[in-house]
Write a protein that binds this ligand. Structure first.
Ligand SMILES: CC(C)(COP(=O)(O)OP(=O)(O)OC[C@H]1O[C@@H](n2cnc3c(N)ncnc32)[C@H](O)[C@@H]1OP(=O)(O)O)[C@@H](O)C(=O)NCCC(=O)NCCS
Length: 171
């Protein structure tokens, strides 16, 4: 019998979370992990909002948005491999979108590695479209795709399975 996957929740990231988040960052982004100080600095920014996914007191995912109206930027998003495919990345992204809308953003931009099809699938499912390529953007020479989500498009994509509140979510 497979183990109960358990339940997780989303909550705002606080400074005390930074060491755990940074440990995940180094594991999930071995080529271009942010230094710990960058998370601390981002949390102190009045234009940045960061969230964590937590299960049994352990952080299993995180994401951040910068919003300078009318543009929101997904700064980062990550879920630990053991918890991928449970909808946590989608929930984090929905939360960032809700936050961006609340702050008056009309569009959200992000960068994703050209060799990261899983993340690209996630973004496309939410309605993101590729608008640029930045050749050799990453330290190891990989290209970056710049993707954009129009938050104002009529009938617009999807917030697949969208909740009404961005503050807390369970699967
Ligand atoms: C990209 C990333 C954030 C996605 O997170 P995730 O939690 O796995 O995302 P989701 O579970 O919401 O969706 C992923 C897949 O699981 C499926 N899924 C979602 N909920 C599910 C559920 N309850 N049961 C089974 N499958 C599910 C989705 O359909 C989706 O399928 P796809 O791979 O065909 O697109 C994660 O893979 C990651 O952190 N990767 C490494 C870091 C990274 O690349 N970050 C992005 C940088 S731009």
């Amino acid at each position: 019998m497979s183990p109960d996957p358990g339940s997780w929740t989303l909550r705002p990231m606080v400074p005390a979370d930074v060491p755990a988040v940074h440990a995940l960052e180094r594991r999930l982004f071995p080529v271009d992990a942010w230094p710990l100080e960058m998370f601390t600095a981002e949390l102190a920014q009045p234009v940045c909002w960061y969230w964590v996914a937590e299960q049994d007191g352990e952080i299993i995912g995180y994401a951040g948005l910068m919003c300078l109206r009318p543009v929101g930027d997904v700064q980062t998003i990550a879920v630990v491999p053991e918890h991928e495919g449970r909808g946590i990345g989608s929930a984090l992204l929905r939360t960032l979108h809700a936050q961006a809308r609340e702050l008056g953003a009309t569009e959200v931009l992000l960068e994703v590695r050209a060799d990261n099809p899983r993340a690209q699938r996630l973004y496309r499912r939410f309605g993101y479209e590729q608008i640029h390529t930045r050749p050799r953007y990453y330290r190891d020479g990989a290209d970056a795709l710049i993707m954009r989500l129009d938050l104002t498009a009529p009938g617009a994509p999807h917030e697949p399975g969208a909740p009404t509140t961005p503050t807390k979510e369970t699967p």
